[in-house]
Write a protein that binds this ligand. Structure first.
Ligand SMILES: *[C@@H]1O[C@H](CO)[C@@H](O)[C@H](O)[C@H]1NC(C)=O
Ligand SMILES: *[C@@H]1O[C@H](CO)[C@@H](O)[C@H](O)[C@H]1NC(C)=O
Ligand SMILES: *[C@@H]1O[C@H](CO)[C@@H](O)[C@H](O)[C@H]1NC(C)=O
Ligand SMILES: *[C@@H]1O[C@H](CO)[C@@H](O)[C@H](O)[C@H]1NC(C)=O
Length: 387
């Protein structure tokens, strides 16, 4: 050991080569390192030490006339009377794309069935779908333009049948999700302002409606305001890699960290927050296309911060287990299994009445086993096992 060290010292060229190797390794991996380590260090420092999100509010504020271009798209499908005369506990917007009719049907006949909710849970929940318009490029061959028109006809038929599509005339695309978010707040403000809670969710989410309704009734009876709950992201850095669909240039967003926000997969706010957010959208630059981050920017401007709920999933999918269903609120990434899951969940609800101390202990042990081990897939955090 000593010998090799001495030999190493004696030959400076070895030192030089080693240094060069290390340096070039760092340079080769720099992009990765920058994306995964450096950006997080910067972002946490910004979030926890600098915390100058108020300057952000100032520089993203624009004149109302200019902000209007994010919201003044005309409605293609609308239901102005949806909430009239009803005591709406929850207005739930599902962000859907025109072509996802199967997903909408699955939601309508499972957790989003308003009749079931009314009859079995005794509250009014309104489930509506937010859509943009279908692309009809004029430079495409005429057959595909025709099919675009035909597609809108299909949507109109679907809407006649169910009366739950809210569509505005902007192109339905990933990069227009913020326009879709603004649509939702705009619609609530003008058509359903008295709803006690507002929720927005992806169309591949499973919502445990009985659990959610029970929880919101409880919160509502305590008269909470400034309420915002979901899976919280704190100190997330903007993605600066051009290959990512979440890429955001520093012209678009110049700071090292996003304000706190909840994962767009599904979160709930109280009616007063929805109204204030709507006001905020009237004077903010909504060019940032990541809708949940934009929600964070709006909330930051009105001084509302999100709370974490362990059983709201972000990108994560809940493990399939009755002990989990007891407490789950949302779970992400369900399409084919949604019917099966809903059947299990409402069957269990009936049986659950007889649960006692023993089953509670059993469930805690089960949940620890399911949630508190190194995960191969993203799910609820370990602390959820102890709630
Ligand atoms: C919704 O639930 C009601 C009552 O439980 C049921 O009659 C109806 O068929 C359901 N709707 C759909 C679309 O499954
Ligand atoms: C967003 O929608 C507008 C209006 O339809 C459209 O002009 C624009 O190209 C869309 N943007 C993206 C990125 O899809
Ligand atoms: C809004 O932000 C975009 C992207 O950063 C920028 O190009 C645009 O000029 C801004 N709009 C206004 C009205 O300042
Ligand atoms: C953000 O800007 C708006 C408009 O200028 C202002 O009304 C609001 O109070 C600001 N919010 C914060 C937290 O500074």
């Amino acid at each position: 050991m000593f010998l090799t060290y001495r030999r190493f010292r004696r030959c400076p060229c070895v030192q030089l080569i080693t240094t060069c190797l290390v340096l070039s390794a760092v340079m080769v991996c720099w992009e990765q390192l920058d994306a995964n380590v450096v950006s997080h260090v910067k972002s946490y420092s910004f979030r926890y030490l600098v915390n100058s999100f108020s300057s952000m509010n100032r520089s993203l504020t624009i004149p109302r006339e200019q902000a209007r271009r994010f919201s003044d798209f005309p409605y293609l499908l609308d239901h102005p009377d949806k909430c009239v005369g009803k005591d709406v506990l929850l207005l739930l917007f599902v962000k859907s794309s025109p072509e996802n009719i199967e997903r909408r049907n699955a939601i309508r006949s499972t957790w989003g069935n308003e009749t079931y909710i009314q009859n079995n849970l005794g509250v009014t929940v309104k489930v509506v779908f937010a859509l943009g318009a279908i692309q009809t490029k004029t430079d495409e061959p005429s057959w595909s333009r025709r099919s675009g028109v035909g597609f809108q006809d299909q949507l109109i038929k679907e809407d006649h049948l169910y009366g739950d599509l809210i569509q505005k005339n902007f192109l339905d695309s990933f990069h227009n999700l913020t326009l879709k978010l603004i649509l939702q707040f705009h619609w609530m403000h003008s058509r359903c302002a008295h709803a006690r809670f507002f929720m927005t969710a992806d169309d591949d989410i499973f919502v445990h409606m009985p659990n959610l309704v029970g929880y919101l009734q409880d919160i509502s009876s305590r008269g909470v305001t400034d309420f915002w709950i979901g899976r919280v992201h704190r100190g997330s850095p903007p993605v600066r890699s051009k290959h990512s669909k979440y890429y955001v240039s520093s012209e678009m967003y110049q700071w090292f960290s996003y304000p706190d926000y909840t994962a767009g997969a599904g979160y709930v706010i109280s009616g007063d927050v929805a109204d204030k957010i709507h006001q905020a959208t009237l004077t903010l630059n909504a060019s940032l296309h990541i809708d949940d981050v934009f929600m964070g920017i709006c909330a930051n401007s009105i001084g509302v911060s999100p709370q974490e709920h362990a059983y709201f999933s972000g990108e994560g999918k809940a493990p399939y287990h009755p002990c989990i269903y007891n407490q789950m609120m949302t779970s992400h990434g369900h399409v084919e299994d949604i019917y099966e899951l809903w059947k299990t969940v409402i069957d269990l609800r009936v049986k659950q009445k007889t649960s006692g101390l023993f089953s509670r202990l059993y469930c805690t042990a089960m949940k620890i086993a399911l949630l508190c081990r190194p995960q191969f897939f993203n799910t609820y955090p370990c602390k959820a096992a102890f709630l």
